[in-house]
Design a protein around this ligand. Structure first.
Ligand code: GLY
Length: 570
């Protein structure tokens, strides 16, 4: 052995010396697939996954871990992890109790249904996506405290905030993906923010140390004063000062009034599976269940994965669900969403009466959709957690676009969301995801904008089976749908199911959005002959999922579509 050790020591010394000359790379590495005996966490960043696992190992449950991961993501995943945005959490406890928490952002009290229209009634480009007026009232901090109050086990919330404080204070080395994103958004950062600012720099490199002192101070306020540390006092004052400096609408009253809300989860059967997902103000759960119920009568497993028949059927279900989304879905506190009707077997059978196995249905062509901004907007975060007792959490949070509206709260160190763009600024005019909406999703003071986030938990034969969800704008719902179908119908393991190419139809525009090379040219040509057309995109939603294996162990899978996605477990 010894003779071999000498050269090895030399190599190590040489390598570490040469590493010192260059900027050190990140001191973490993403793991895409993990098999675990007891517990698992899958998040969009290895440092956040480590925080979650640390909480679980200290005796925290899945809810504690999910909360700590969210705070950590606000530091290490600034393009979407947040305290300046909002989200949804679906919980299934070890004894099968299901819950859904809505901490979606709200329109400010001063918001108006026509606030993004010019004097001629046309939508003003960019007003709902960039700058202070695009921000909704943030819900994340209220949501995390509410989840912890009801379900947390580690009594002192401070323990769940502290890891994030340390990451912000000490700094962390950024990944190549984060460096690329930061470089790509400099123009927006410079337009809306003063320097010095930790996010403004001529060129970020992989391994740069990102230290966020102001965010650390804000997190300390939250640690010491609870949600009031965000919605009252110096942090709230900093938010309002920032908003006023850019003619935004959020007021102190908006912050004081913000509340997270427990909702009735939407639950439905598919074969032997029970699907638990998010109700309005997300469209995710209802649209997912609609699609599943529409395809359920057909032998998808006989058709085969990515066969022409399977893709055609799934696309037609997607088309119909997104058409319903545009018309009927919005914040149920403001609009009477017909949840039961939309999920009734009779309604969905009628919806598929026009399904033609040989031809594409033509979407209503009066309203125009638009995919062109999709590349900008694939950012949101999802985290799936299962603890050693079998409690499960599926949580999706977002700033909407990368780094939200690009406004960094100068006195408090975090980006604000641009979630107002998820409202329908004008009926029939597409938002940045090409989604159209109607009265159900019009802007009203204190209303929550419609989301596509689809945090989901699946039971099989009464037991926890799968936890999944994704970032990815309008493509989230179809990604959750397809990954589940890949497992349930096409017999795939979770890794194969997540990695498989995806397609997406959202009614308008009337085209199938497909990932590059998602399926063979022959399938594409056959679908074209049936009347379908295609748009291509590099990647769509980014799934983070955990499945219970037949031997009882857990498998966590991060999506290769995001190099930083990380699965951990023990
Ligand atoms: N902001 C993306 C969504 O909520 O669907």
């Amino acid at each position: 052995m010894k003779p071999c050790l000498v050269p090895l020591v030399f190599i190590v010394l040489f390598l570490s010396a040469s590493c010192k000359r260059a900027t050190p790379g990140p001191d973490y590495q993403a793991t895409k697939v993990v098999t675990a005996d007891s517990a698992a966490v899958v998040s969009p960043h290895p440092l956040a996954t480590q925080v979650g696992l640390g909480v679980l190992k200290k005796g925290g449950n899945a809810i504690d871990a999910a909360v700590a991961v969210q705070f950590a993501l606000a530091v290490v995943y600034p393009r979407a992890g947040n305290i300046g945005g909002g989200g949804f959490m679906v919980i299934r406890t070890k004894d099968g109790q299901a819950a859904a928490l809505d901490y979606r952002e709200k329109a400010p009290l001063a918001a108006d249904r026509d606030m993004y229209l010019d004097s001629l009634g046309n939508v003003i480009d960019g007003l709902s996506t960039m700058g202070h007026l695009a921000a909704g009232v943030p819900g994340t901090v209220a949501g995390l405290f509410e989840a912890h109050k009801k379900y947390g086990r580690i009594r002192d919330m401070k323990e769940l905030v502290q890891p994030a404080i340390e990451l912000a204070e000490r700094g962390f080395r950024i990944s190549p993906t984060e460096a690329r994103r930061l470089n790509g958004f400099q123009e927006g950062f410079r337009k809306y923010n003063e320097e010095p600012n930790p996010f403004i720099k001529d060129s970020f490199q992989l391994g740069d140390l990102l230290v966020q002192k102001r965010l650390a101070e804000t997190l300390k306020q939250i640690r010491d004063k609870g949600a009031a540390g965000f919605y009252e006092g110096p942090v709230a004052e900093a938010i309002i000062a920032e908003i006023q400096s850019g003619n935004g609408l959020i007021t102190m009253e908006d912050l004081h009034k913000y509340e997270a809300k427990w909702r009735e989860p939407v639950i439905g059967q598919y074969d032997g599976y029970r699907i638990i997902s998010m109700p309005p103000s997300s469209s995710g759960g209802i649209a997912l269940l609609q699609m599943l119920k529409m395809v359920a009568p057909y032998p998808l497993n006989e058709y085969g994965f990515h066969s022409t028949r399977a893709v055609h059927l799934m696309v037609e279900a997607e088309r119909r669900a997104y058409a319903d989304r545009a018309e009927h879905l919005g914040d149920s506190d403001f609009y009477d969403v017909p949840v039961d009707s939309m999920l009734s077997d009779a309604y969905l059978q009628a919806r598929m009466a026009s399904f033609d196995a040989a031809h594409a249905t033509v979407s209503d062509s009066i309203l125009a959709g638009n995919f062109k901004l999709l590349k900008e907007s694939f950012e949101t975060t999802h985290t799936s957690v299962v603890d050693a007792e079998g409690n499960a959490v599926s949580v999706t949070t977002t700033l909407n676009s990368n780094y939200g509206c690009k406004v960094w709260v100068d006195g408090a160190g975090f980006f604000l969301n641009n979630e107002m763009d998820d409202f329908s600024a004008k009926p029939g005019v597409p938002n940045q995801f090409g989604l159209v909406g109607a009265e159900a999703n019009s802007i009203r003071p204190e209303k929550r904008m419609l989301s596509s986030m689809t945090p989901t938990i699946v039971e099989k034969e009464g037991k926890l089976f799968m936890v999944l969800g994704a970032p990815g704008g309008s493509t989230i719902i179809t990604a959750v749908f397809q990954v589940f179908i890949n497992v349930a119908e096409f017999g795939m393991g979770l890794e194969e199911a997540v990695n498989a190419g995806r397609f997406h139809h959202q009614w308008l525009p009337d085209a199938i959005l497909i990932e590059d090379n998602a399926f063979p040219d022959s399938t594409k040509q056959a679908l074209e002959a049936m009347g379908h057309s295609f748009n291509t995109v590099g990647r769509m939603a980014v799934i983070k999922a955990i499945v219970r294996l037949p031997d009882g162990r857990l498998q966590g899978v991060g999506d290769p579509r995001n190099p930083d996605d990380d699965a951990g477990g023990y």
